[in-house]
Design a protein. Structure first.
Length: 689
């Protein structure tokens, strides 16, 4: 799916004798490579010898102050840093513990606070819990700027909840200049990170044992009682009567029905047209009904769970092994499957599916990426199956491999070639479908392949004017022919590598499009769900765009609007469809979920953000729809892959419209319903480009 990126430091300070990537950054405002700014962090796995590090840069070098007093858990510490024009000082609990003469140079970047970067994967026996951070800037005897972070509400959570999400990563502007005096004041404490001290963490319903919130399920009767109460609420939300079965809206204008989804442009605005010829703005959700997915790994961390379902009998379907193809025999379980069985009884799958459809229709959702009930509109993601790969992707210059690729795709397409509920096909997902420079280098190391031959001929004929001598010189080999160039272990310059990457990518995307349209000319092709910014460069969008009927993309942000995306849309001049976006509630860290980078604080805010996003998307003349990620919350212990005694493996976010206990998030879905039902009217009023 996707990747969450938080980055503070680029490397371990040279001053440390035993560098560790177990890091927690209290504060930082710096350009490490440019040797500018400062940072304050902890680096190490053992609390009793944990060093507190102050890094200070003067534009030429970094210097470091280190203090390891033997910190202890469950007590407060105060830390003070002074960066003056002529010195740096480090204070702990009112005692100066380090001083370094010399100046410092300001870094023109935002101030970061309370961060454990994603690359700092090593975990120690401690967690740092910051309650307050104040950074002030003195210039010419007066306070020039000040930034205060109050983490008191987050820090007040039980340590067992802190272990899931250590704090609220924050940032903000802070104006610093050379010659300023900067003061940092911190209040924090440490918690014991020994998981066995708090286990079990997860109750029999998949909820966090240390969380307490309204609506928490405490018995099987609570689960079953939801059925009647939800029925009453859904009764008051009848599906709109101005929609056809595909989400097309009646009562406006119509196009000629073709029995398939298609796109048209009217007055500069792109529209998705339903198989019955009615205009629609697609509003979908990923993954319903999610009865057996997503699962969480249990091998080596069974102690985290208060209860795990039996492996035989009706609960046996909740279990599986190696669901990510790891091949290690890792066990995975789906605790919300057990909740569905408890709630709906023997016929739980049929009843859960029926309720899912009822919910989606009541809330104005009409389709889904990553699966949907067979009665609903879908955007299936295809895969290449047994097609051989030359590296990450097939050799699309090899006719035999292209024939295999066609066979693999036709197996998936043929059963639904005439299905009007298919909006369109896509292949693969996100960064996996980007052609990378490393991949091209790997291809050039396989001279027997058709792709290598084609790329080298392109380099000769197009990049170097047909001259082997020029090619050999550019690639730093002594060769008289192409075979000699390849045999000489060439060093391909970046400019040539990028040109060849684009040649290969163009051929790959064109091959997919032509193959799928050859198998099924009636359905739309949506591409590969490219992610703006998660690519080699923005030309990847330009490479994908010509080979899509609608450009499918994913984008996680609290705001729909994006200047770069808008510019690329205008360039392509094609309709777009957002296949994944989400603002999952974080609940202030009180329910045990992780904090996603586009998180909302609670369900009400998530609903409001969805409303704003939908209004903006519907008024975008290029966007023909959107799909929320996802139907059900992820497991608190993560969806994996992974094994062993770690509290979370993989993603663990409250993405869902539905909780792990099969309860609707009413403050969120009610607001979503309003937006979904209004989306076409908003689009009718959309201005052209």
């Amino acid at each position: 799916m996707r990747v969450v990126i938080a980055c503070i430091a680029m490397t371990a300070p040279a001053a440390l004798a035993q560098p560790s990537n177990c890091r927690f950054y209290i504060a930082g405002q710096y350009d490490f490579g440019g040797r500018l700014g400062f940072y304050l962090d902890f680096e190490g796995t053992e609390l009793v010898r944990l060093p507190l590090i102050l890094g200070v840069a003067d534009g030429t070098n970094w210097r470091f102050l280190s203090h390891a007093p033997g910190f202890a858990p469950d007590r407060d510490y105060t830390i003070r840093v002074v960066l003056a024009p002529d010195r740096a000082e480090l204070w702990v609990d009112g005692e100066r513990v380090g001083s370094s003469p010399g100046t410092w140079r300001a870094a023109p970047v935002p101030l970061e606070a309370n961060q454990r970067p994603s690359w700092a994967t090593e975990r120690g026996d401690w967690i740092a819990i910051v309650s307050k951070l104040v950074v002030s800037v003195e210039r010419n005897g007066t306070t020039a700027d000040r930034r205060e972070f109050d983490f008191g509400d987050i820090a007040a959570r039980p340590v067992a909840l802190q272990l899931v999400e250590e704090g609220r990563p924050s940032s903000g502007p802070l104006e610093t200049r050379d010659g300023d005096t900067l003061t940092i004041e911190v209040t924090l404490r440490f918690g014991d990170a020994d998981l066995t001290r708090y286990a079990p963490f997860i109750d029999r319903y998949g909820q966090y044992r240390y969380a307490d919130f309204p609506g928490k399920v405490r018995s099987d009767d609570d689960l079953r009682a939801d059925i009647a109460s939800e029925d009453d609420r859904l009764e008051a939300m009848p599906p709109p009567d101005d929609r056809d079965e595909y989400g097309g809206v009646t009562g406006f204008w119509t196009e000629a029905p073709t029995g398939f989804f298609r796109v048209v442009q009217r007055d500069g605005v792109w529209w998705l047209i339903s198989p019955r010829g009615n205009p629609c703005f697609l509003t979908g959700v990923s993954g319903p009904p999610a009865q057996l997915w997503e699962k969480t790994p249990t091998t080596g961390r069974e102690f985290l769970f208060e209860w795990l379902p039996p492996r035989d009998g009706p609960y046996g379907v909740a279990w599986a092994a190696d669901v990510w193809g790891e091949g290690q025999g890792t066990d995975y379980v789906c605790l919300h499957t057990a909740n569905l069985i408890r709630k709906y009884g023997d016929d739980w799958q049929a009843k859960s599916s029926e309720r899912t459809v009822r919910r989606l229709r009541a809330w104005g959702f009409v389709c889904g990426k990553w699966g949907a009930p067979v009665t609903e509109v879908q955007t299936p993601v295809l895969h290449l199956g047994a097609t051989p790969r030359i590296d990450r992707h097939p050799d699309v210059f090899d006719d035999a491999i292209l024939a295999t690729m066609r066979e693999e795709l036709e197996k998936q397409i043929a059963p639904r070639r005439d299905d009007p509920r298919i909006v369109g096909w896509s292949v693969g997902n996100e960064y996996d479908e980007i052609i990378t420079p490393a991949e091209v280098r790997a291809i050039l190391a396989k001279p027997e392949s058709a792709a290598c031959g084609a790329l080298v001929r392109h380099a000769l004929e197009v990049l170097h004017a047909g001259s082997v001598a020029k090619l050999a010189e550019a690639w730093q080999v002594d060769a008289a022919d192409l075979a000699g160039v390849l045999a000489g272990d060439p060093t391909v310059p970046d400019v040539d590598l990028e040109a060849l990457r684009r040649v290969y990518a163009d051929r790959y995307y064109r091959a997919l499009y032509e193959t799928i349209k050859g198998i099924d000319p009636n359905h739309l092709y949506l591409g590969n769900w490219i992610v703006p910014g998660w690519w080699v460069n923005e030309d990847d969008w330009r490479l994908v765009a010509p080979y899509c009927d609608v450009i499918g993309y994913d984008r996680y942000s609290v705001d729909y609007n994006d200047e770069r995306l808008a510019r690329l849309q205008r360039e392509a001049g094609k309709p777009t469809l957002c296949g994944e976006f989400s603002m999952p509630p974080w609940y202030g860290g009180l329910r045990g979920f992780g904090r996603f980078h586009s998180a909302a604080e609670d369900e009400a805010q998530a609903g409001e953000l969805y409303n704003e996003w939908t209004r903006a998307a519907a008024r975008d003349p290029y966007c023909v729809g959107q799909i929320w990620f996802m139907y059900r919350d992820q497991a608190l212990t993560g969806r994996g892959p992974g094994r062993g005694p770690q509290l979370v493996h993989g993603e663990h976010f409250a993405f869902g419209l539905i909780t792990e206990t099969d309860r609707a998030k009413w403050p969120m879905v009610e607001r979503m319903r309003e937006a979904n039902l209004a989306a076409v009217r908003w689009r009718m009023a959309a201005p052209g480009p």
